[in-house]
Design a protein around this ligand. Structure first.
Ligand SMILES: NC(=O)c1ccc[n+]([C@@H]2O[C@H](COP(=O)([O-])OP(=O)(O)OC[C@H]3O[C@@H](n4cnc5c(N)ncnc54)[C@H](O)[C@@H]3O)[C@@H](O)[C@H]2O)c1
Ligand SMILES: [Zn+2]
Length: 360
């Protein structure tokens, strides 16, 4: 088993990563919680695949269990599903000394984590992530939240879990598209802060080849995320580097009204754009963009940039991560090292015009 400790001023917690750990997660959770009762918040698909194993593991460790299943997918991060979930907790007479277990992908993690943060002013919770994206990204760092009709993740809380238990064996039932989604974040970690990981990804031929190595991949990514979160829990400095590819990516998602491109696809395209912008500015070594494009395609994502740069800038301008001085872009100094670069609107427009024209 690999273990990472996230050390934060208020509390530290462990991330435990091991193939097959689902069967032992009851005892791992028992080691950090004396709660009599655990309420598993999950989605229908995850519960149908793994619910009985989770329930048995919790019972073996002496927990009384209940489960609440939400519909699979982003639709469960709405205010309506949040209100319904809180009502279900109240109907089950859930109290503050009970434990919430977020068992699923990023949707369940965000929804259950946010609910744990605010229901009765806060209940302890544990993350048991089941998608690659959730294991390498969303389950670590304490960002929780739900969507509003006006935008994604507009309601949220920083709320750290007691423990994260990641079982990479669960990734074998994900479809290829879902695995590729997570790979966009894996490539991101390699690009911004772990060049050995980037080289490792370059050496594997694709999803089938990397799957048996997921325990190590998840460990490396969580360890990178730990470093950023420990530096900057509240996302005002170094942690912003985790947004490499995301400023462009979020705008690409919005342009397609969240239907044309999934998050991972949009981030993959965003990383390719960011590398090219860095090269044009002379901040990123030539050829970096090509390496990222190749990697993105190797793992089933697209690098094709087909978007109107004026629309891209328009959507980036309303992104909450920019300020009056201009756009705060995350660029690469080299593979494995990133920087924050502030650029004015006109300069960015000129560069994007050139890059995107060339790509068409
Ligand atoms: N909090 C954060 O720091 C953070 C970071 C990144 C993304 N997110 C959020 O994460 C969400 C996306 O997460 P996601 O991509 O995991 O999506 P998801 O939770 O919707 O899961 C994707 C699909 O995979 C299914 N699934 C889950 N585990 C499975 C398994 N082991 N085998 C088979 N199917 C399985 C789910 O039922 C669902 O249909 C977004 O809402 C995003 O905003 C949060
Ligand atoms: Zn992301």
């Amino acid at each position: 088993m690999s273990e990472i400790i996230v050390k934060l001023p208020a509390a530290s917690y462990k991330i435990q990563i091991e193939s097959g750990i689902l069967n032992m997660c009851g005892e791992r959770i028992r080691a950090v919680s004396s709660a009599k009762r655990a309420i598993v918040i999950t989605d229908e698909k995850v519960w149908s695949l793994y619910g009985s194993r989770m329930e048995a593991a919790l019972k073996r460790a002496g927990f009384l269990t209940d489960s609440i299943q939400v519909e699979s997918g982003e639709g469960s991060k709405t205010i309506e599903s949040f209100t319904k979930l809180c009502g279900q907790l109240a109907d089950l007479h859930v109290l503050r000394d009970n434990l919430i277990i977020a068992f699923g992908g990023g949707v369940v993690g965000d929804l259950a984590g946010f609910t744990a943060a605010v229901y009765m002013r806060g209940l302890p919770y544990v993350q048991v992530p089941t998608t690659l994206l959730a294991q390498v990204d969303s389950s670590v760092g304490g960002k929780t939240g739900i969507d509003l009709p006006q935008g994604k993740n507009l309601l949220g809380a920083f709320y750290q879990p007691l423990l994260v238990v990641a079982d990479p064996a669960l990734l074998s039932t994900l479809d290829k598209k879902q695995l590729s989604e997570g790979m966009a974040e894996v490539i991101k970690y390699g690009a911004i802060s772990d060049k050995d990981l980037f080289h490792q990804l370059e050496n594997y031929g694709g999803l089938d080849e990397i799957l048996p190595h997921m325990e190590e991949i998840v460990y490396r990514c969580c360890n990178q995320k730990r470093i950023f979160v420990e530096w900057d829990e509240r996302d005002s400095g170094e942690r912003r580097k985790l947004n490499f590819g995301h400023s462009f990516g979020h705008a690409i998602e919005k342009i397609g009204e969240y239907r044309a491109h999934s998050h991972g696809e949009a981030v993959a395209i965003g990383m390719c754009i960011a590398a090219e912008v860095g090269e044009t500015l002379g901040l990123t070594p030539d050829g970096t963009g090509e390496r990222i494009k190749k990697l993105v395609e190797t793992y089933g994502l697209t690098s094709k940039i087909q978007t109107d740069y004026k629309k891209l800038i328009h959507h980036m301008a309303i992104d909450k991560k920019n300020d009056r001085k201009g756009f705060n872009l995350i660029l690469l100094k080299e593979i494995g090292e990133s920087l924050v670069h502030t650029i004015g609107e006109q300069e960015l427009e000129d560069i994007l015009g050139e890059i995107l024209e060339l790509a068409l």
